[in-house]
Design a protein around this ligand. Sequence first.
Ligand code: ADP
Ligand code: MG
Length: 228
Amino acid sequence: MSLIEASAVSKIYRSGDVEFYALRDISLTIDVREFVAFVGPSGSGKSTLLNLIGCLDHPSSGRLTVMGTDVAALDRKASAHFRGENLGFVFQEFNLVPVLSAYENVEYPLLMVRGWAPEKRHAQVMKLLDAVGMAAQAHKRPDQLSGGQKQRVAVARALVSEPKLVLADEPTANLDHETAHKVIALMKQMRDDYGTTFVFSTHDPKIMQAAERTLMLEDGRLVKEVQA
Ligand code: ADP
Ligand code: MG
């Protein structure tokens, strides 16, 4: 069974009488441990597709299963539960909580979904901060960190609950090239170490080369697939 299966998935945004196809007839499968990129120009539908896979939004038509679950059938509460149990997100703008330290940002998902004992939680948070090279900065707040450091914390936060699937929407967009490549290398290392599946989006040609498979979007359509 594939981890993600989309069959003729479309997403229509309506504004008054006007219908706009943000995604049109997307069919794809992504397997466990893949390291895949959605690429395409701005407005091609990358974020929309990641949001559907991440159960943040529902398809307008078609069938989408993630880990065998028909995600279109989940209501708001069930979606939140499914996300908490199975998914990690890395957002373009990091989305760290400004008043929390790096440590507290990474700890946050564990407080939300897992009934872990404090010692176990602490060990897990430190393991992830260490893995992304941020253990020494654990006490710092986001405004005391560089862009690359914030993105490392965001990756640690996405992985702390050991999700099977991590979705990353232009995770390197705010980073210089060297830092961007480090973040990608880190994600790949996490895939190798934890068996996590990574699906990320980018419009940066240098970054897309790091993916093992690229799925190209154009005007909401899947136009090309390249296997590295
Ligand atoms: P990308 O991430 O590739 O830049 P998006 O998935 O954000 O593209 O957007 C795809 C298209 O859908 C764009 O034309 C965008 O304007 C449109 N779109 C995205 N979200 C909405 C929304 N909530 N309402 C209306 N149109 C939207
Ligand atoms: Mg986008």
